[in-house]
Write a protein that binds this ligand. Structure first.
Ligand code: NAD
Ligand code: TYD
Length: 353
């Protein structure tokens, strides 16, 4: 048996594939376009593993997906592939529309045709799991209750709007065609292999390089942070026991203001790798222009997933962020390779204008 994973060379997808193959003997067909965010080095430890088949390709390439489904007959599709960075979606939304909306549509079409042709148990057991974000629900005030699965969709960025559209398509394919889908909407992830355009890895790398730690606006925007391996365990659980057509919010019960997140990782760095001049890393914090349309607060109510499927995160923010900082310190070659080329072009564009 096998599963087909899309976007499995990205941050969350690669963690998912690595964890999956560590605990299961079911093969993974991993299809990824290898955009700037896809990195085969994340999967280097799988070299020679016959349970992992990597295929470079686009989820929008219906012919390729159709061929892979026919050839490998996976029992599930887990869709991570997406353009995922809000700031990039502000600079140029088109790729987000292409991959997150049009790409998901083609993937759904291919999955529908494949599922329609299945019979018996194979048909009954097939799942299409769509990985999405809490950002589709919009922004909360300080006192609003956390997002539940019944919150209205109010996406505010081109990224979240494109993810919202993909969620709607997935829902429609269940209601209209009966495709056996489940959707997860997760909060902000952090952990190993996180591309350093996002807040946490960017600040770890900048801190170590003696560069400014850029805080947008007043730094009081709140996000709910979940260690990536807890997100992966939630996806495995939903794949295993999620009810068809249902949506599950995934979160860590770890609401933090951005400034506090950065101060916390600075304090861990002070302990693990103090600056040569003895100064604390937080002195590198610099306030920069705010993000356009910056959502003020996200918070996830993960009660449904906990109560109905018995899932719980195993890391607190304090344990997860320490592991993450340590991982970046221990994996300098990965950091060096990922911080060149296209990454430098992005940093120049985003932080020097
Ligand atoms: P990422 O940007 O690190 O990885 C995305 C991967 O998808 C990359 O490997 C990229 O090459 C691949 N990809 C992009 N376009 C593709 C296409 N057209 N066809 C095939 N592959 C393509 O993103 P991530 O942080 O790992 O996020 C994975 C998924 O989880 C996304 O759907 C994202 O919306 C969702 N999500 C992310 C977070 C988070 O905090 N990072 C939180 C909740 C949900
Ligand atoms: P990010 O990691 O881009 O995730 P998202 O926008 O999906 O939540 O950003 C997390 C928060 O950190 C968000 O409120 C924007 C803020 N931020 C900064 O203050 N400075 C930065 O350089 C970056 C990349 C993000």
């Amino acid at each position: 048996m096998s599963i087909l994973v899309t976007g499995g060379a990205g941050f969350i997808g690669s963690n998912f594939v690595l964890d999956w193959l560590a605990i299961s003997n079911e093969a993974v067909i991993n299809i990824d376009k290898l955009t700037y965010a896809g990195n085969l080095e994340n999967l280097a430890s799988l070299a020679g593993n016959e349970q992992h088949l990597f295929v470079r390709g686009d989820i929008g390439d219906a012919a390729l997906i159709t061929r892979l489904l026919a050839q490998h007959k996976p029992r599930a599709v887990v869709n991570f592939a997406a353009e995922s960075h809000v700031d990039r979606s502000i600079h140029g939304p088109e790729d987000f529309i292409q991959t997150n909306i049009v790409g998901t549509f083609h993937l759904l079409e291919a999955a529908r045709a494949y599922w329609n042709a299945l019979e018996g148990e194979e048909k009954d057991n097939f799942r299409f799991l769509h990985v999405s974000t809490d950002e589709v629900y919009g922004s909360l005030s300080k006192t609003d209750p956390a997002f539940s699965e019944t919150n209205r969709y109010e996406p505010n960025s081109p990224y979240s709007a494109s993810k919202a559209a993909s969620d709607h398509l997935v829902r429609a394919y269940h209601h209209t065609y009966g495709l056996p889908v489940v959707t997860t909407n997760c909060s902000n992830n952090y952990g190993p292999y996180h591309f350093p355009e996002k807040l946490i890895p960017l600040c770890i790398l900048n801190a170590l390089a003696g560069k400014p730690l850029p805080i947008y606006g007043d730094g009081q925007q709140v996000r709910d942070w979940l260690y990536v391996k807890d997100h992966c365990s939630a996806i495995r659980r939903v794949l295993e026991a999620g009810q068809l057509g249902e949506v599950y919010n995934v979160g860590g019960w770890n609401e933090k203001a951005n400034l506090d997140v950065v101060r916390e990782l600075c304090a861990i760095l002070d302990e693990l790798q103090p600056r040569a001049d003895g100064q604390p890393y937080h002195t590198q914090i610099t306030y920069v222009k705010d993000r356009a349309g910056h959502d003020r607060r996200y918070a996830i109510d993960a009660t449904k997933l906990e109560k109905e499927l018995g899932w719980k995160p195993s890391e607190t923010f304090e344990t997860g962020i320490r592991k993450t900082v340590q991982w970046y310190l221990d994996n300098q070659p990965w950091v060096t390779n990922v911080s060149s080329g296209a990454y430098q072009d992005w940093v120049n564009k985003q932080y020097t204008t």
